[in-house]
Ligand binder design. Structure first.
Ligand code: EPU
Length: 337
């Protein structure tokens, strides 16, 4: 069943909390809802707005926004080793993680407390604390707008990489994700190698699913602002991937600079945009109603009443300073509309 809104405020539908409107917003549950809408209206300009945690509106949206509202979860297969399950695109991401932890299922616990809908998770391959959604996703099902058909992609066909997938590349603007399928293990597979995760988990008594989830939630709430209190979209920038020679030169100058291997690619190194911004003296920087978060420099925040333009001006300033200081280009991971 779909619901159609006209001239609707987006203030409560984007985590930056910017006050813009959309000409039309369609809440849909299934492929049939989309098929009938496209057949009846054939919109030229459209965009998928999930929970709105990774989108910055620069102006009113004069097209159609599609929001998935189906929150169903179905177990497809369950045995002594693993469970395969399907979650519809409108399912809340963190509710899925909470459910998996309660069920004793391993694979997405490190992705606790990420504000997202399930449908958005494969698009940028959400990742945190050494885990990525791609490690648990088996299949993504989508509605193909041109053919009006339902297509299923296997994990390999999604071309997942760091903050990347086919949905940000070849399929961008062509498909609407309907559901995501996961395989979660019944066998303990703690992934504690990232930063202070291990000490947080140990202080709670060891590597149970519940302790890992609680530890990650605690780390995140210490560093990241709650969008309900302070508008933000999590990491505003991607961590830049640079040539090894560039990283080596910077490391000679800043031996303590955080840097990470890029799996399967020895010629490149991933740097921490948060560190580059912080080292540029911008952590906690404020420009009127917008600023750089004072506990995690990757996050830009709306102190109240900001427009998309205010945020983008600050983003441009931050990129310029990082380029000036380190010669490295950083770019937004947030979708700017
Ligand atoms: N750092 C600083 N200052 C800062 C921020 C970070 O010096 O203000 C340093 C940290 O000390 C650390 C390194 O930079 O040595 C990396 O920092 P952190 O572990 O906090 O992770 P990140 O690279 O800044 C990424 C993700 C986050 C995710 C964390 C934890 C991206 C763009 N962001 O941030 O994702 O929670 O790792 O895994 O990859 C999000 O996508 O919204 C998000 C919050």
């Amino acid at each position: 069943m779909k619901r159609i809104y006209s001239n609707i405020s987006l203030a409560s539908r984007n985590s930056f909390g910017v006050e813009q409107q959309a000409t039309t917003l369609v809440e849909f549950e299934c492929a049939e809802d989309l098929r009938t809408y496209f057949e009846e209206h054939n919109p030229v300009k459209w965009y998928v707005l999930g929970a709105g945690n990774n989108t910055l509106f620069m102006q009113d949206y004069d097209g159609v926004l599609f929001t998935p509202v189906n929150r169903k979860r179905t177990i497809l297969c369950s045995n002594d080793d693993y469970v395969e399950l399907r979650a519809e695109a409108g399912h809340d991401w963190d509710e899925l993680v909470e459910w998996s932890v309660n069920e004793g299922l391993w694979g997405i616990e490190n992705l606790s407390a990420i504000p997202s809908s399930v449908g958005a998770a494969p698009v940028q391959n959400i990742g945190a604390y050494g885990a990525e959604a791609k490690d648990a996703i088996t299949t993504v099902e989508y509605f193909d707008v041109e053919s009006r058909s339902v297509v299923r992609l296997t994990n390999a066909d999604c071309h997942f990489a760091y903050r990347e997938s086919i949905f940000k590349q070849e399929l961008k603007g062509k498909v609407i994700i309907l559901a995501v399928e996961f395989k979660l293990s019944r066998h303990a597979k703690p992934n504690l190698g990232y930063g202070d995760v291990i000490s947080e988990v140990e202080s709670r008594g060891g590597a149970t699913l519940r302790n890992i989830r609680d530890a990650i939630c605690a780390i995140r709430s210490r560093k990241l602002p709650d969008p309900k209190v302070l508008g933000n979209a999590g990491s505003f920038f991607k961590n830049p991937i640079v040539e090894r020679s560039v990283a080596d030169e910077l490391l000679a100058k800043y031996p303590d600079m955080p840097h990470y291997a890029v799996p399967g690619d020895d010629d490149h190194v991933k740097l921490a945009a948060g560190w580059l911004i912080d080292k540029s003296g911008l952590k906690g920087y404020r420009d009127g109603v917008v600023g750089v978060h004072d506990r995690q420099a990757l996050v830009l925040v709306n102190h109240g009443g900001a427009t998309g333009g205010d945020v983008m001006r600050l983003a441009g300033y931050v990129c310029g300073k990082v380029k000036e200081n380190f010669g490295v280009e950083i770019s937004p991971e947030v979708n700017v509309l």
